[in-house]
Write a protein that binds this ligand. Structure first.
Ligand code: HXC
Length: 534
């Protein structure tokens, strides 16, 4: 009997031990596997890949995210995802994460989703698996109403995967379009970005490049040489300089990864989380009532003399802090963000130092896109007008200035955010109408005493309406024309401008009007969407 009891106890004890021990052993091996896979994902292309990346002047994906996001804020997602390609020996080349780091983090305490291509692993090429990681954060960002930033550094579609990779791009593009105008989308180009891959950044709101280490083109120099027998370098075809100054594809370019990432953080500080959110308001010690006395003297007495419009914008905004967008493209118009009493404002201003501030094709495109971003994301618009008209000439007309200029007009007229404008000097011809005029539903329209609002300048006008007069008579006619039109009264008498104001009061007026217009509502007839002349 005693033997039976003992054997029973032994059996129970063995059973218990096996029940207890088996999971412990399993847990240990699973824990080890988790740890190994984590290490594998973090290592990416390993020390060698890291060294190569550094030798090119580039940081690794994880180093970049460390700099972009607030410390310890990154919550990585899909670290264990692997590709499922079996062609060309790929079944033996699986790595946790598959060369793509995705997740959520914070910038200045505010949430953001990110994805980051890891060039050290298979050149950051896009597989179906890692495309799905991007798609997931795109979906999450949209659902949560949180901005998304993509860090691009990739050899493009993973060649071994064929259509799976192309499908991945298509799915990403489609989500870019769905999110457009709902959440801010930013793209940093920090290495190669070629072929159809360029279209995701092109669909996003801001494209930021790194000088010398990044490039973007649809077809590279080899294809150009083969097809067109043209010799062109990577930098000439798609470097940061060309895209920020000539093509307008990129908005900003910085010297290195570090600067690009820290300036991206700064740009984010101006933007709301989504289209239902208001832009963040920051604490401001710059007095709202501050007079800007320099503005009383900024416009030269001779109306043909240029002056720098940044000498108007910078003294007006809080603490002189102005974040210019596309500073090297279409320099005849200035756009960017500043704050007024802590609130984000989008500024648009003709630049008299460049082509006398004329509107041309590039200026129209640059500012129309800027207005549409501001309008989509509840950022009020302040416009400084000094525009002698549209740039004349064969190149502009045959290039479609009519169609492109119409975009700017459309964007201003369509925008329902508060719109405040100051005519500092010239507002001539059609450009007067286009630049945030009362007629395009401007909320508050002001003129400085130096404003000249007319169909055209005095010389041109006299040469048309008094063409048969003698040279001496024309001099007098010009004087008469100036007396009649080279001042703000004709517009003020008709109520087309609301007031003629002292330039030094400009800051105070903007802050007051923004406060009054804070809850502005404007209803429009139902439509699926307008048909902006693209
Ligand atoms: C798979 C790729 C890859 C790709 C690079 N790699 N691009 N693997 N698919 N598209 C791998 C390389 O084999 C190499 O692997 C590693 O990444 C690093 O590449 P390197 O060539 O050694 O680097 P580097 O000399 O710096 O040259 C970078 C590069 C070059 C200029 C990007 O790799 C390149 O030309 N790649 C192909 C670019 C391309 O044609 N992509 C398709 C574009 S069409 P190992 O194992 O040696 O480390 C496209 C269509 C999208 O993207 C359509 C969307 C609609």
């Amino acid at each position: 009997m005693a033997g039976v009891v003992w054997r029973g106890a032994l059996q129970r004890s063995l059973l218990q031990r096996s029940l207890v021990c088996r999971p412990v052993r399993q847990a240990t091996s699973v824990a080890q596997r988790i740890e190994d896979k984590r290490r594998e994902a973090i290592a990416g292309g390993g020390e060698k890949g890291k060294e190569k990346q550094h030798a090119k002047g580039k940081l690794t994906a994880r180093e970049r995210l460390d700099l972009l996001l607030d410390p310890r804020s990154f919550r990585e997602m899909d670290m264990f995802v692997e590709h499922d390609c079996v062609d060309f020996g790929m079944e033996k080349l699986k790595t946790a994460g598959d060369g793509m780091v995705t997740g959520q983090g914070r910038i200045n305490g505010r949430p953001v989703y990110v994805y980051c291509q890891d060039f050290t692993l298979r050149g950051g090429s896009l597989s179906w698996a890692n495309a799905q990681k991007i798609m997931k954060v795109q979906d999450k960002a949209l659902e949560a109403g949180v901005p998304i930033i993509g860090l691009n550094d990739s050899g493009g579609a993973r060649i071994q995967e064929g259509v799976g990779s192309l499908a991945g791009y298509g799915e990403i593009f489609c989500r870019n379009v769905t999110s457009s105008g709902v959440i801010p989308q930013l793209s940093l180009i920090m290495g190669p970005c070629a072929g159809g891959a360029v279209y995701s950044p092109a669909l996003t709101d801001f494209t930021i490049m790194v000088k010398d280490t990044s490039y973007m083109f649809v077809t590279g120099p080899e294809v150009v040489k083969e097809v067109l027998s043209e010799q062109v370098t990577t930098e000439e075809l798609g470097g940061a300089k060309v895209h920020t100054s000539k093509s307008g594809v990129a908005h900003l370019a910085y010297e290195n990864d570090l600067e690009a990432l820290s300036r991206t953080r700064e740009l984010m500080s101006f933007l709301p989380l989504n289209n239902k959110d208001k832009p963040p308001v920051v604490a401001c010690s710059d007095p709202s009532e501050r007079e800007v006395t320099s503005l009383d003297f900024v416009v030269p007495p001779d109306s043909t003399q240029p002056y720098d419009i940044l000498d108007v914008i910078k003294p007006v905004v809080d603490d002189g802090d102005f974040f210019e967008i596309q500073p090297d493209f279409a320099k005849n118009i200035v756009v960017g963000y500043g704050r007024m009493a802590g609130q984000t404002v989008g500024f648009i201003a003709n630049q008299p130092t460049r082509q006398a501030g004329c509107l041309d094709i590039n200026a129209s495109n640059k500012s129309a896109r800027f207005i549409r971003f501001c309008d989509a994301f509840n950022i009020p618009i302040v416009t400084f007008v000094d525009v002698p008209g549209f740039l004349p000439g064969y190149l502009q007309e045959t290039g479609g200035i009519i169609r492109h200029g119409a975009k700017l007009l459309f964007a201003y007229a369509e925008a329902t955010v508060p719109k405040i404008a100051f005519i500092t000097r010239k507002a001539y011809g059609g450009a007067y109408d286009v630049m945030s005029s009362k007629h395009l539903s401007g909320d508050m329209n002001y003129a400085w005493p130096t404003a000249e609002i007319a169909v055209m300048g005095s010389k041109g006008a006299v040469n048309i309406i008094f063409k048969n007069k003698t040279a001496e008579e024309k001099v007098q006619c010009e004087e008469d024309y100036k007396t009649a039109f080279a001042n703000p009264f004709p517009a003020a008498q008709r109520g087309f401008i609301d007031d003629i104001v002292k330039p030094s009061d400009t800051r105070r007026i903007i802050i007051n009007d923004l406060d009054v217009l804070r809850n502005k509502t404007q209803t429009k007839p139902w439509r699926k969407h307008g048909n902006i002349p693209l």
